[in-house]
Design a binder for this molecule. Structure first.
Ligand SMILES: [Zn+2]
Length: 66
């Protein structure tokens, strides 16, 4: 966590409030389970949570999830 003001890395637009963001797709949380025995492949499990992608209103760059 940081208190630094957020700026879009692509276009430099200052993101001061939620109004500067464009809601994007909803994405599911993923959990990666380590294999129980050597030689098995790690499993990917869908988590219960959903997150919304937030895009820069100015250029559409994905800035994060929330
Ligand atoms: Zn931008």
């Amino acid at each position: 966590m940081s208190d630094e003001p957020l700026a879009c890395p692509d276009c430099g637009a200052e993101i001061g409030s939620k109004g500067d963001l464009e809601p994007g797709e909803t994405v599911r949380e993923l959990t990666f389970e380590e294999p129980s025995s050597a030689g098995d492949r790690p499993r990917v499990v869908l988590g219960a949570g959903q997150r919304n992608l937030w895009l820069c209103k100015n250029c559409g760059k994905v800035l994060g999830v929330g």
